[in-house]
Design a binder for this molecule. Structure first.
Ligand code: NAD
Ligand code: UGA
Length: 359
């Protein structure tokens, strides 16, 4: 009863025509920011996260405290738990599901392939089954990835480009996710929006990602490893700042409409959409490092090695004209500015400005 009340309170809407959103992966990097933004404008938000140990769970706990302080309740659980999902949909008539729970990271797929299948394929299907059977059916917005473009050589990447050459198992599970969600759309009339995020960075970010681990190592005086592509060409990423991604997510929820399907029995003309959410200006990894050095006022010990062939693509570059047109998406933060904000957060979170130089 106590649990139900907390879920219900958290889902409470505080603006006219507001949404009740179930955010999966809410204690994750993107999930935290999206949940905060929705709560701030008066939407009801309930989070679910399994707090797995892929990276430091204390960071996930800290994000959870932040969220709970703002009135967002996080249920500790797995999206593979069909009974838990059914219970949540029983307690709240969610208008939208923002599905961000996943096993992320491209290189870790070589170490633990099953974790990608568990969360990104089986977990996705379990979640979609719950959405399909809910009455009303929620509109689903979920995180795909720029990695679906794989070894695409055409630049910039447009949504209609080929996605048949994934470079990692992670990418393959995201591509599978696109096929799976599309199927639920046309069989069950579920409204689906897939967002292909391009290398997202910012405060409360992921310690497994390059900008974060480079910052840690540079501050600790440890070497960093920079991967270089074939023919000594630098790798490049269309690094995208978290606040821009959040705006794209919220814009997707706003334009997804409230699905009205009746318990999954009536297939309707609900939309299936896919959008790139990137920054449109790729930057090489050595340039990323130079910007960090400038903000940290410390020189990196650079160790440049050939790309080990473990899932990295040579470059990413988003064409965002669809998202611009249909979601009003317009990234406004360049890498210099965004990294400055990240570094400020990093130093404060790790207590550097309190004289702690060991973390
Ligand atoms: P993250 O790892 O910080 O967040 C994912 C959260 O989901 C984590 O807190 C994790 O504990 C949780 N989770 C994982 N499996 C789960 C499961 N089975 N049940 C319940 N919770 C589970 O990652 P993020 O960077 O916030 O990414 C969010 C989404 O965006 C993911 O789907 C990711 O694949 C996608 N994405 C991220 C980026 C990026 O650069 N950050 C780029 C492209 C796509
Ligand atoms: C990121 C996320 O980690 C994925 O979850 C996401 O799906 C993907 O973006 C995406 O856009 O779809 P990635 O771009 O590989 O993946 O992000 P990082 O791990 O931060 O790597 C960024 C760049 O730095 C890559 O070119 C990588 O090769 C390079 N790198 C990474 C290094 O040079 N050294 C390292 O130690 C780590």
């Amino acid at each position: 009863i106590q649990w139900e009340k907390r879920v219900r309170d958290s889902a409470q809407v505080h603006r006219p025509d507001g949404f009740s959103v179930l955010v999966t992966g809410a204690a994750g990097f993107v999930g935290t920011h999206v949940s905060l933004a929705l709560k701030k404008r008066g939407d009801g938000v309930v989070g679910i996260d399994n707090f797995n140990t892929y990276y430091d769970p204390s960071l996930k706990k800290a994000r959870k405290s932040l969220l709970q302080g703002r009135g967002v309740f996080i249920v500790e659980g797995d999206v593979n738990d069909a009974r838990l999902l059914a219970k949540l949909f029983d307690v709240v008539a969610f208008t939208h599901v923002m599905h961000l729970a996943a096993q992320a990271g491209v290189r870790y797929a070589m170490e633990n392939p099953q974790s990608y299948v568990h969360s990104n394929v089986a977990g996705l299907v379990t979640l979609l089954e719950a959405c399909k059977s809910a009455n009303p059916q929620p509109a689903v917005v979920w995180a795909s990835s720029s990695s679906v473009y794989g070894l695409n050589e055409k630049s910039p990447f447009s949504e209609a480009d080929r996605t048949d050459r994934p470079a990692s198992l992670y990418a393959a599970t995201k591509k599978a996710g696109e096929a799976i969600t599309h199927t639920y759309n046309h069989i069950y009339g579920l409204s689906v929006t897939g967002l292909r995020f391009f290398t997202v960075y910012g405060p409360w970010g992921r310690p497994d990602m390059a900008y974060f681990s480079f910052t840690r190592n540079i501050l600790q005086g440890k070497p960093i490893t920079i991967y270089r592509g074939k023919n000594q060409v630098d790798l490049a990423r269309d690094f995208t700042y978290i606040d821009d991604i959040v705006k794209g997510c919220v814009g997707s929820l706003d334009t997804a409409g409230k699905s009205t399907g009746s318990g999954g029995k009536k297939a309707g003309p609900a939309p299936y959409r896919v959008f790139n959410l990137g920054n449109t200006s790729p930057v090489t990894v050595p340039t990323l490092v130079s910007i960090l050095e400038r903000h940290l006022k410390v020189k990196a010990k650079r160790n440049v090695v050939d790309m080990p062939g473990n899932g990295d693509v040579p470059f990413t570059h988003a064409n965002i004209s669809s998202a611009r047109r249909e979601l009003g998406y317009k990234p406004t933060t360049d890498l210099q500015t965004g990294l400055k904000k990240f570094v400020k957060w990093y130093l404060s979170y790790h207590g550097y400005n309190r004289g702690n130089n060991v973390n």
